[in-house]
Design a protein. Structure first.
Length: 274
């Protein structure tokens, strides 16, 4: 999934939607923390997958689905190494969503059974489409409009406090770019707010409003994500991996990694070496 889950994955060709079909096993069910301006709908057709969104995680089973808003931080991983995951992700251009549904909206899964059934039906239809078929673009757009119709009718949140990331892509990019460049260093709210010439209090509030998580939570997300990439090579040890990725000690590394990925980094490393 890593090739799909890249920051700012917002490049579209002729169609305002990108489709990614997933059929993965075990430790291949993984993507690093990222965000994009597009709207994402991922549907679990069979198996299990854990999505991390903001400071929460969701263990998705068959027929579950998640809606990721524009500029919303998220990642995913397996729940256990025995897992498999078959699913599909719709990445829908944010300007396209704004044109047909509206601007500055926050979307959510309403938890309504018939909505889940309709979205699963659309997901299965698109999953089984033949991309070589001359009619594929028309069939895909037909299903995309049907999906947007459901989102517009049932999935718009009326909670104004939920509007994380709206109208904040520029500052989001500045903040995430800086942390990406310096996550190995001894970063603090004070040092980073000083770089951006903000007071620590204002910076903390701006960060939470822009990215939906606290500064320290996001920093740990980034460090753990890079650590997971390093562990995936199978050619490192936990101590080196912890310090290479900015963790102050191995205990902090283990606790953070287990919270985000549902297993210790040692188990993750063993799975890659095996």
């Amino acid at each position: 999934m890593t090739d799909f889950y890249e920051s700012n994955n917002d490049i579209f060709s002729l169609l305002p939607v990108q489709i990614y079909r997933h059929n993965l096993e075990g430790n291949l069910i993984y993507s690093p923390l990222h965000w994009h301006r597009s709207i994402e709908v991922t549907v679990n057709l069979t198996g299990n997958i854990r999505f991390n969104s903001g400071s929460s995680h969701f263990d998705m089973k068959e027929s579950d689905w998640i809606l990721i808003n524009s500029c919303e931080l998220h990642s995913c991983s397996y729940v256990s190494l025995e897992d498999h995951f078959t699913g599909i992700s719709f990445i829908i251009s944010n300007p396209f969503v704004e044109k047909w549904v509206g601007k500055n909206l926050f979307f959510r899964n309403p938890g309504i059974k018939h909505v889940t059934d309709e979205i699963r039906h659309i997901a299965l239809d698109v999953y089984n489409l033949d991309e070589e078929d001359k009619e594929y673009p028309f069939l895909l757009m037909s299903k995309t409009y049907a999906l947007l119709g459901i989102i517009a009718k049932y999935c718009i949140s009326s909670d104004d406090t939920s509007h994380v990331g709206m109208n904040s892509s520029d500052i989001t990019m500045q903040l995430t770019d800086y942390i990406e460049a310096h996550y190995r260093e001894d970063l603090s709210v004070e040092s980073v707010s000083g770089y951006f010439k903000y007071s620590p209090t204002y910076f903390s509030r701006l960060f939470k409003e822009s990215l939906g998580v606290t500064f320290h939570s996001y920093l740990n997300f980034v460090r753990a994500s890079h650590a997971a990439e390093q562990l995936s090579s199978g050619k490192t040890n936990l101590t080196d991996c912890a310090f290479d990725n900015g963790f102050p000690n191995v205990k902090s590394f283990i606790n953070t990694f287990k919270k985000l990925y549902g297993c210790t980094p040692g188990s993750f490393l063993n799975s890659k070496q095996g």
